[in-house]
Design a protein around this ligand. Structure first.
Ligand code: COA
Length: 415
């Protein structure tokens, strides 16, 4: 069976998280991804947060599967020469250096175009054009500048970042889509183009509903599904909504049996209008079905706190999985708060390849997140990340260098 992106060659000049997540996805769809790294150190994440001395960190291995690694000092003439050959041979160059770094290396858009007018040049930057475009950016900066932090957390607390890496991995996803679209357009134009995914913009895209709410707030001065309603006050900007449901179906995180000693004994419970009678029956409040204070979604908005307090009295009598089993019988939308420990052992996620075990020559066996996007005609086989420079000789040979040249280059490029 062929892979969706078979035949596509990616010059992977990425590091840390945002760029590598993008090229890892492309590799999982079948592209040949050649990761260019500096000799000696390589991608800085190889050495960050190490749990085994001298071994590539999980940070690196979990972001660089299915790739090949070549070490090049692209600031030296020989390294630059090899890079130029790679530019001629590849379809896409992906990079996420600090602004201007590629130009400083002499790898300008004009230079790339002169070598390969079909090449797509895809970049992650912290910000798009504007006053911050020269800034270096990491995950949490993007979450703060993209509207996530100001809208996450509780009303009486400070802005908060989320554990989901929406700035890095979220931007990587956006970039991957841009690359695939540019490859598709190239089929008719024959030309490459630049693809830019700024992290601030990607986070904002993921916070789209909060910009929706900003406009609702400015028009009406209130938002009935927010916990600030009906007793609290709204200011000028979208407030933090705690764990309230983002849509028109009120929801909350509720304690379950064992919450006193298990920090994840909670369930997310949504009081979807369509199943309100079933909710009332399950919690033993049949009278609420016809009580005009509770019978309509509009009426319930005035009583969300007591309603969730009453539902919680019920959820606290069940563990989160028991509660799930009961609620699912009535199609009541809910979800257990799963710890990473529970997720790591989830049989369904393992069966679909979203959680996979991978063998690594120096690390041994480890767990990773496989391809979350499933293509029926392009299955993903997750293979380990490359050791630093593991494929240098192989790639040089493929670029047309003879055996003697490879030996000489190898010394020059690695030293
Ligand atoms: N050979 C020679 N030099 C190389 C090289 C190679 N193979 N690979 C990288 N370099 C050089 C670069 O040319 C650059 O040199 P310069 O500063 O002299 O121009 C240098 O290594 C480091 O690049 P830089 O990107 O500035 O790394 P950094 O560690 O200082 O900053 C980030 C890291 C992530 C903050 C920065 O890259 C950035 O803002 N990237 C864009 C946004 C982004 O992706 N952020 C999220 C990361 S998860």
């Amino acid at each position: 069976m062929t892979k969706a992106l078979e035949g596509v060659r990616i010059l992977d000049f990425t590091h840390v998280q945002s760029g590598p997540t993008c090229t890892q996805l492309l590799a999982w769809f079948g592209a040949d991804v050649i990761k260019v790294e500096r000799a000696g150190e390589g991608d800085a994440t190889r050495g960050q947060l190490r749990d085994i001395p001298g071994v590539d960190s999980l940070y690196f291995t979990m972001l660089n599967h299915n790739k090949r690694s070549i070490t090049l000092d692209t600031k030296k003439a020989k390294g630059k020469e090899v890079l130029d050959r790679l530019i001629r041979e590849c379809d896409v160059l992906v990079e996420n250096f600090a602004p201007g770094a590629l130009d400083r290396m002499g790898i300008t858009w004009e230079h790339i175009q002169a070598l390969n007018p079909r090449m797509i040049v895809a970049s992650v930057k912290g910000f798009g054009p504007g006053k911050y475009e020269e800034c270096k950016v990491y995950e949490n900066v993007a979450q703060c500048a993209g509207g996530s932090a100001s809208t996450t957390g509780f009303d009486d607390g400070p802005p908060m970042v989320t554990g989901a890496q929406i700035g890095d991995s979220g931007t990587g996803l956006h970039l991957a889509l841009g690359i695939v679209a540019a490859l598709y357009q190239r089929q008719t134009t024959g030309r490459g183009q630049k693809v830019l995914a700024p992290m601030q913009d990607a986070v904002l895209n993921l916070c789209r509903v909060k910009l929706r709410d900003q406009q609702r707030l400015e028009r009406t001065g209130t938002m009935h599904e927010y916990p600030q309603y009906p007793d609290g006050k709204f200011g000028e900007a979208v407030p933090r909504a705690g764990n309230a449901s983002g849509g028109g179906q009120p929801g909350s995180i509720l304690r379950c049996k064992g919450w006193e000693h298990d920090p994840n004994a909670y369930i997310y419970f949504i009081t979807q209008a369509a199943v309100w009678p079933a909710i009332c029956k399950v919690i033993g409040e049949d009278g609420w079905i016809d009580d005009e204070a509770y019978a309509t979604p509009q009426a319930r908005l005035l009583h969300l706190k007591p309603i969730f307090a009453r539902i919680e009295r019920w959820t606290m009598t069940k563990d989160k999985f028991e509660a799930m089993d009961i609620l699912n019988q009535y199609d009541i939308p809910c979800g257990p708060i799963l710890s990473m420990k529970e997720i790591a052992n989830d049989p369904a996620l393992r069966a679909t390849g979203t959680i996979v075990e991978v063998d690594h020559p120096t690390r041994g066996r480890y767990l990773t997140v496989g391809n979350p996007i499933k293509l029926s005609d392009s299955p993903t086989d997750v293979t380990r990340s490359p050791l630093l420079g593991e494929h240098t000789d192989e790639i040089l040979q493929q670029l047309g260098y003879g055996t003697d040249e490879v030996a000489m280059l190898h010394t020059e490029l690695v030293v």
